[in-house]
Design a protein around this ligand. Structure first.
Ligand code: 4NP
Length: 158
């Protein structure tokens, strides 16, 4: 199973989601059964590590984002992944606008998995440091919900 987190710049929200969800998978011994990646809609930060504020907030929760590098959503992502998870409504619209005609991969708002249908992970980029902790609270809640769904879908392991 392959999950792709999508935000605008791929330096704040989606790499945070990638790191948090991967750590949950590792803790459950599922890291080799679920592939996780993240990307952005915009081109501005391609090749860059996550925003230092995102890295610091994640480090305080035991999640290391330092090895991640930003990239943009690409046409073959619609084939390579089983689930596309958008951080906000604009991201979701951009995904649908780039969807190839024959693509059927589901694209949803990530916070649906936190029991918040229709709610977005707020963009912390132009705000203060506290925004990054709020983002992580939301991401941790949605990651737990996503993990439950993924575990239910995966066949029992060896
Ligand atoms: P992200 O945050 O989408 O969570 O990575 C942003 C990062 C950069 C910009 C916007 C949002 N930007 O406009 O450069």
């Amino acid at each position: 199973m392959r999950v792709l987190f999508v935000c605008l710049g791929n330096i704040c929200r989606s790499p945070s989601a990638e790191g948090v969800f991967r750590r949950l998978l590792e803790a459950r011994g599922l890291a080799n059964r679920v592939e996780v990646d993240s990307c952005g809609i915009g081109p501005w930060h391609v090749g860059k590590a996550p925003d230092p504020r995102a890295q610091e907030a994640a480090t305080r929760r035991g999640v290391d984002l330092s090895g991640l590098r930003a990239r943009q959503l690409a046409a073959d992502d619609f084939d390579r992944f089983d689930l596309l998870l958008a951080m906000d409504h604009d991201n979701l619209e951009a995904i649908e606008a780039q969807r190839p005609p024959n693509s059927r991969v589901p694209a949803r708002l990530f916070l649906e998995y936190a029991g918040h249908p229709g709610r977005a992970v707020p963009d912390p980029y132009f705000g203060g440091d506290r925004g990054f902790d709020e983002v992580l609270d939301l991401i941790e809640a949605a990651s737990r919900g996503l993990l439950e769904e993924v575990e239910a879908q995966l066949e029992p392991g060896p």
